[in-house]
Write a protein that binds this ligand. Structure first.
Ligand SMILES: Nc1ncnc2c1ncn2[C@@H]1O[C@H](COP(=O)(O)OP(=O)(O)OP(=O)(O)O)[C@@H](O)[C@H]1O
Ligand SMILES: [Mg+2]
Length: 332
């Protein structure tokens, strides 16, 4: 019998109920994360990656709403619905309460590194103070012990002279250092899973490379699983074990990372290879050999001919309100 994955996502669906209609930001995605795995979620801007990431921890805010699907973590239901006899969808009884999500799951079992560091770092408080407070709250440690732990974590993620940098404010840290602090914060409760939403996108490639190496090392040491959100196939190639390619709210391709690069199935994935310059040379060369046919005309417009619509030009799936709203979830 196959082992239950750490995280199982089935048909997860998150819609935004706007004045103009229903935006189907995440439209029935299914994937799993096993213990110790780094699973990629890749797609261009607007594909639904961040909404999917927030949905896993039930952090979607209005007008967004998770309307369907199931998320289980170690077999516990983080989100789940069932259909009542009248056809109405209601939240399942065994779903964890908001308090359980807050106190047991978020930060402690599953940490999230947001795309915008300022969602996690407050510019008016010191870096060390924020990390200490996070550790104090989430690990029930006293202030002194939490401070020692915070300094250890800063050292662990490669901040030089952490005792001296402890009282610095976020603006005194470089972008790469701020990302290291967020990784320290995420790791500090030794969660089983970290959801990292494009944590290296704003960094230059050298610093990005250092952070990816760091994550690789930490992943080996702590055996933490990751969901790594990115639009960059190079990053996927570098650290992921398996990858899910997202396009307009759906997962269009799902594969082991080697399989994806050596045997690409979906034309949209091919389109993402327009970021080929970010790939390690060995993989790039193999990919180009394997896909010589696809790349007969290797400019972007040639690739676009092979996908149904111009990806960046197509509007999101905004539908008229009625059908979407009919499927809205009733809190049960
Ligand atoms: N508050 C909101 N109201 C309406 N639509 C929203 C809202 N937040 C997100 N969306 C829509 O959901 C879709 C998915 O957005 P999301 O932020 O998940 O994209 P993404 O893949 O993370 O993109 P990026 O790479 O730019 O971060 C987008 O079309 C976006 O416009
Ligand atoms: Mg995003």
């Amino acid at each position: 019998m196959s082992q239950e994955p750490l995280l199982r996502v089935e048909e997860l669906t998150t819609h935004f109920f706007t004045e103009e209609g229903v935006v189907r930001a995440v439209d029935g995605i299914s994937f799993t994360v096993n213990e110790g795995e780094i699973v990629g979620l890749v797609g261009e801007s607007g594909a639904g990656k961040s909404v999917a990431a927030s949905s896993l921890l039930r952090l979607v805010e209005g007008p967004g709403e998770i309307v369907d699907g199931e998320v289980t973590f170690r077999g516990e239901t983080l989100f789940g619905v069932e259909e009542r006899s009248d056809g109405e969808l209601v939240q399942r009884d065994e779903m964890l309460s908001n308090a359980e999500m807050r106190e047991r799951i978020r930060g402690r079992e599953i940490a999230i590194i947001f795309q915008d560091p300022m969602e996690s770092l407050n510019p008016v408080f010191t870096v060390g103070g924020q990390l200490r407070e996070f550790i104090e709250i989430n690990r029930d440690l006293g202030a002194d012990a939490a401070k020692r732990e915070a300094i250890d974590m800063l050292r662990e993620v490669g901040i030089p002279e952490p005792e001296n940098r402890y009282d610095d404010y976020p603006h005194q840290f470089s972008g790469g250092m701020r990302q290291r602090v967020l990784i320290a914060m995420a790791l500090s409760c030794e969660p089983s899973l970290i959801i990292a939403d494009e944590p290296t996108t704003a960094l230059d490639v050298t610093v990005e490379g250092q952070i990816l190496d760091l994550v690789d090392d930490l992943q080996d040491k702590y055996d933490t699983s990751f969901i790594w959100v990115t639009h960059d196939m190079g990053v996927i190639a570098e650290i992921c074990d398996r990858v899910n390619v997202m396009y307009l709210g759906e997962i269009v391709e799902q594969a082991d990372v080697e399989q994806l690069f050596y045997d690409t199935k979906h034309p949209y994935t091919c389109l993402l290879y327009t970021s080929l310059s970010g790939l390690p040379r060995a993989i790039r060369d193999v990919y180009k050999r394997q896909h010589r046919g696809h790349h007969a005309r290797s400019d972007q417009s040639a690739l676009r001919l092979s996908v149904p619509h111009s990806v960046s030009g197509r509007a999101r799936g905004v539908r008229s309100g009625a059908s979407g709203r009919a499927r809205r979830l009733r809190a049960g």
